[in-house]
Design a protein around this ligand. Structure first.
Ligand code: GLA
Length: 670
C-alpha cells in the first residue's frame, strides 16, 4: 500500500467510473473534469462483464484499452475491477444454475446484480475465465494501480450447489459424522445423520431450526464467498504480485465475517452511505471507520464508496446539505482512511440508480455538488502528509460475527428481538461522545496494550476468546460487559454449571434464570452512590459470588438484588450490567468506569458534537476537529502550537470552528 500511496501522492480521490455506459465523446470531457476535481484514482469496470464479453468467449477489450490509455495519459490511476458481480444474461441462459436460490426455494433471477451462487462451479469457472483475460491484458498496463475484485460480495444461496459445497465444508470441519452430530446436538428432535449425503443446507426459514446447523451455514456462506474472492485474487496475483488487491466491504454487513476476510486483502475497503435523515448516522459511521481501521491491525483503510449527495435506495433520499459531504469525508480520514472515493463519477441517465448522486451530477459541473467535490479534491492534496499515518487507542470494543450470528440468526433464545449492531452502538456512543479513541477487536484479536475492554452482549464466544478476556482482566485490565454474554460455546451449546458459563468467575456471579421483561415493564435501579435510574427489557436473576453490587433493583421481584455488578478479578476490574439501563445512566456509569481505569481523553470537556481524533507518525500528530453542529460555531483547545493544514494558518492553543467546520492541526511531536 505504501507504493500505492506514493503513486497517488497521498490520498486516493475519485470514484467508480462507468465509461461503458456512455458514448466515447463523453470520455474526454470526463477526464478533463476529473482533473479539474483533483481525481487521481478511479474504480473501473465494476459491472462491465456484458461489455467485455458480449458473447461467450468473444471479448471486446477495445473500449477498455482506450479508456485505460486515456486515464493514464491524464495521470489518473486505475483500480481495475473484475466484473464478476454482474454475470451477463447469456451466462444465466446458458447455465441457469448460476443463479442463487433464495431461502423460499425460488431462483433470484436476472435483472439486478449479484445474481450468482458463490458455490456454483459453473459461475466460478466463467468468473475465473474473464478474470484471467483481464489480468493477461492489463496486469502491466501503466494505469493499473490496484485490483478491485468483484463488488460487495454478498449472495447467499440455498440451492443444490450450495448443499454440495456445504457438505465439503462440513467434512473438512468435522472429519466425521459423529463429530457433526455431537456438535449439532442432533439427538434433540431425533435429527441424527447417518450419511453425509443426508446433510443439507437449512431450507426452511429460520424460526424453527437446528441452531448449530444454521450457525455453520452462516460460517460456510461467508467462506464460500471468500473462496470466490481468493480464486480471483490468486489469478491476478499470478501475473504480478506488486499490485494491491482488495474487494469492497459494506457497513454492518452480517453475511461475511470481515475479520476472516481482511486477512486475505491488501487493504480493508468500505462502502458506506450514512443516512442524512438520521440524526446519529455519523456516530455509527465512526464505529464502522474504527472497525475498518482495526480489521487489518491499525493499517489505514480505504473509503471506497460514498455518496456525493443523496442515494436512491430508500423510501426518502435526503441530500447531504452543504458542507456535510466534506465533513463526512474528513471524518473517515480522521479515523485512518487513506482515500475518499465515491459511487460514482458521473450520474447515470438510466437504470436503477439514475437518481443516485454522483461527483458529476446530472446538472453538470455548474452544480453545488461538483463544486463541493472539487473543493474537497483540493483539500485532500493539502492533507497529503496525513496519508499513511496511524492512531492508537486505550479502549477496545468487541465486535464479532460469530457473536452476531448467535444472537440474530436463530430463534429459540429467551427473547428473539436482538439487534447486535444497536447494542454495539449503545456501548460505543458514550465513548464517542467523550472523544475516546476506540479500537475494535474480534474474539480472537490480541488485547495487548489496551486498558479497557467493552464486551456488548457476547452471547456466543469460543473458549479461546473467553480465556483471552479473562486473562485481560486478570492482568489488570478493566472489562465492561453486558448481560447475556458467555452463554454458549462455539457450537451454540449452553455452557454447563450455570449462566453465564464462560464468564461466571469473571463477573463473580451466578445467574439462575434470564428474565426478559414484559413490553411495558420498567424497574428502578438504585446505585450505591445514591443515583437512581430505570431499566427495561431484561434482568438477570443473579446471585453474587465474589462480585459486589454497584447497583440494586429498588422494586419488583428482584428488589434488593444486584442490577450492576462489580468484581475485582486478579489485578483487574469487571463491571457487569445485568439489565438494560436507561441510556443516560448507562453512559454515565461507563464514563466513570473508564475514568477510574485511568484512561483519559485529551479532549475532555469538548462538546460531544465536536468529533475529535488524532492520527500521527514519528514526527507529527494530526488533530482532527469536526463540528457536526450546523447551528453553532465552537472553539476547541488543541494543546500546542501548530498549523491547520486546511487553511495553512498557524494555530496557537485553540481553534475556532464554524458550524459544520473542520480543522486538521499538524503538531510537531516532542
Ligand atoms: C453499492 C454498490 C454500488 C452502488 C452503491 C449505491 O455500494 O457497490 O455499485 O450501487 O451501492 O447504491
Amino acid at each position: 500500500m505504501e507504493a500505492f500511496r506514493r503513486r497517488v501522492g497521498g490520498f486516493a480521490f475519485g470514484g467508480d467510473y462507468n465509461p461503458e455506459q456512455w458514448d466515447r465523446t463523453v470520455w474526454k470531457e470526463d477526464v478533463r473534469l476529473m482533473r479539474q476535481a483533483g481525481v487521481n484514482t478511479v474504480s473501473l469496470g465494476v459491472f462491465a462483464w456484458a461489455s467485455l464479453e458480449p458473447e461467450p468467449g468473444r471479448y471486446d477489450f477495445g473500449w477498455l484499452d482506450e479508456v485505460m490509455d486515456l486515464l493514464h495519459d491524464n495521470g489518473i490511476s486505475v483500480n481495475l475491477a473484475t466484473p464478476t458481480a454482474a454475470p451477463p444474461v447469456w451466462l444465466t441462459h446458458l447455465h441457469p444454475e448460476v443463479f442463487p436460490i433464495r431461502e423460499d426455494g425460488q431462483p433470484f433471477g436476472f435483472g439486478n446484480r449479484l445474481h450468482y451462487d458463490p458455490s456454483s462451479p459453473v459461475y466460478r469457472e466463467y468468473a475465473a475465465r474473464i478474470t484471467t483475460k483481464l489480468a493477461e491484458r492489463y496486469s502491466f498496463h501503466p494505469a493499473l494501480a490496484m485490483w478491485h475484485i468483484s463488488n460487495e460480495y454478498g449472495p447467499t444461496s440455498y440451492g443444490e450447489a450450495a448443499s454440495v459445497n456445504f457438505r465439503h465444508w462440513l467434512r473438512r470441519k468435522y472429519g466425521s459424522l459423529d463429530a457433526l452430530n455431537e456438535a449439532w446436538t442432533t439427538r434433540f428432535w431425533g435429527q441424527v445423520y447417518t450419511d453425509w449425503e443426508q446433510v443439507d443446507v437449512p431450507h426452511i426459514p429460520r424460526t424453527w431450526m437446528n441452531p448449530t446447523r444454521r450457525l455453520d451455514f452462516k460460517r460456510f456462506t461467508s467462506d464460500a464467498l471468500l473462496e470466490c474472492y481468493i480464486a480471483e485474487r490468486d489469478i491476478v496475483r499470478s501475473f504480478r504480485d506488486d499490485i494491491p488487491v482488495m474487494t469492497n466491504f459494506m457497513r454492518f454487513f452480517r453475511h461475511a465475517d470481515y475479520w476472516k476476510w481482511a486477512r486475505e486483502e491488501d487493504a480493508a475497503a468500505l462502502d458506506i452511505y450514512p443516512n442524512p435523515a438520521e440524526a446519529h448516522s455519523h456516530v455509527s459511521a465512526a464505529f464502522n471507520y474504527d472497525l475498518f481501521r482495526s480489521l487489518k491491525g491499525g493499517q489505514p483503510w480505504m473509503l471506497m464508496e460514498q455518496a456525493a449527495s443523496a442515494v436512491s435506495q430508500w423510501k426518502l433520499n435526503i441530500v447531504k446539505e452543504p458542507g456535510r459531504m466534506r465533513l463526512g469525508s474528513l471524518q473517515a480520514v480522521s479515523r485512518a482512511a487513506d482515500s475518499v472515493m465515491y459511487f460514482q463519477w458521473r450520474a447515470a441517465r438510466g437504470g436503477q440508480e439514475r437518481f443516485h448522486s454522483a461527483m458529476l451530477p446530472h446538472s453538470g459541473p455548474e452544480s453545488r455538488t461538483f463544486k463541493e467535490v472539487t473543493d474537497l479534491g483540493r483539500e485532500m492534496k493539502l492533507l497529503a502528509p496525513v496519508a499513511g499515518t496511524r492512531s492508537s487507542a486505550d479502549i477496545a470494543i468487541l465486535f464479532d460475527w460469530d457473536g452476531w450470528w448467535g444472537l440474530e440468526e436463530v430463534f429459540g433464545l429467551p427473547r428473539n428481538d436482538w439487534s447486535y449492531t444497536e447494542t454495539v452502538m449503545r456501548h460505543y456512543t458514550p465513548l464517542w461522545e467523550r472523544h475516546h479513541a476506540v479500537d475494535v477487536v474480534s474474539a480472537s484479536s490480541s488485547l495487548d496494550g489496551y486498558k479497557v475492554l467493552v464486551v456488548p452482549n457476547a452471547y456466543l464466544i469460543d473458549d479461546a476468546g473467553a480465556a483471552r478476556i479473562e486473562a485481560f482482566a486478570r492482568d489488570g485490565g478493566t472489562v465492561i460487559m453486558s448481560f447475556f454474554s458467555g452463554v454458549v460455546d462455539a457450537d451454540n451449546r449452553v455452557r454447563p454449571d450455570g449462566y453465564p458459563g464462560a464468564f461466571r468467575r469473571l463477573i463473580g456471579a451466578k445467574i439462575d434464570e434470564y428474565w426478559p421483561a414484559r413490553p411495558d415493564e420498567s424497574f428502578t435501579v438504585a446505585f450505591a452512590d445514591g443515583r437512581r435510574a430505570t431499566s427495561t427489557w431484561w434482568r438477570d436473576d443473579l446471585h453474587l459470588e465474589s462480585g459486589t453490587a454497584l447497583a440494586t433493583y429498588a422494586d419488583g421481584l428482584l428488589a434488593g438484588r444486584a442490577a450492576v455488578v462489580e468484581n475485582r478479578f486478579g489485578a483487574g476490574r469487571v463491571v457487569y450490567f445485568a439489565t438494560l439501563l436507561e441510556q443516560e445512566a448507562f453512559d454515565e456509569t461507563v464514563a466513570r468506569v473508564v475514568a477510574e481505569s485511568g484512561v483519559r481523553s485529551r479532549f475532555e470537556g469538548v462538546p460531544a458534537h465536536v468529533e475529535c481524533s488524532v492520527r500521527g507518525d514519528a514526527s507529527h500528530e494530526y488533530v482532527f476537529l469536526l463540528n457536526h453542529s450546523a447551528e453553532s460555531g465552537v472553539s476547541v483547545p488543541v494543546g500546542g502550537e501548530g498549523t491547520d493544514l486546511l487553511t495553512g494558518r498557524p494555530v496557537s492553543g485553540e481553534v475556532s470552528l464554524d458550524p459544520l467546520g473542520a480543522a486538521v492541526v499538524q503538531l510537531a511531536r516532542g
